[in-house]
Ligand binder design. Structure first.
Ligand code: ZN
Length: 172
């Protein structure tokens, strides 16, 4: 949320749709609760999937593919590439946009791209305890950080041919 130092919020109906929003009584700033955008990548090599064990919450100690919030002005593609670099120190080449998740309760939209690794090595960044490629049969299903991770892996395994898939979570 962008907010000025002065801000003292109250709820007020604003704009044409007449929705109640948080408005500052001093400067008039309106705190629109627009969804946050997250971008990540399912990196596939020899039919194995690169997963990272998270060193931060939420999901500390659990596995996910590289993913994170976009920075100001970033495209989803740039964000996915940057996150892979930050989390596992790899360069990736993006392929298809694979899934677009809407997570209503967290008010976020996540883009998941398919990607391939360009450089030979990788190593965990500071937000990652460990990173490795998993065969599908060895995926630690019970220790995935987010439901979207398991959903993505299963959809990939089914070789759905129509991309992107749009999927929403209404709860959690
Ligand atoms: Zn203000």
């Amino acid at each position: 949320m962008l907010k000025n130092n002065c801000c003292k919020f109250y709820y007020k109906k604003t704009d044409l749709e007449q929705k109640k929003r948080k408005v500052c009584s001093v400067c008039g700033f309106i705190d629109y609760k627009n969804p946050k955008i997250v971008a990540g990548s399912l990196i596939v090599k020899n039919n194995k999937f690169l997963l990272c064990k998270r060193a931060i919450n939420p999901g500390y100690g659990k596995w996910t593919f590289p993913s994170g919030y976009l920075d100001q002005g970033e495209t989803p593609q740039e964000g996915a590439i940057r996150e892979a670099k930050e989390e596992v120190n790899i360069k990736i080449k993006l392929q298809d946009l694979f899934i677009v998740f809407t997570v209503r309760k967290k008010n976020l939209i996540q883009f998941v791209f398919l990607a391939e690794q360009l450089n030979k090595t990788f190593k965990p960044g500071i937000e990652t305890l460990e990173a490795k490629y998993f065969d599908y049969k060895d995926i630690p299903w019970k220790f995935l950080a987010f439901r979207s991770v398991g959903y993505t892996l299963k959809k990939y395994a089914k070789k759905s041919s129509k991309f992107p898939i749009f999927h929403k979570y209404n709860e959690d």
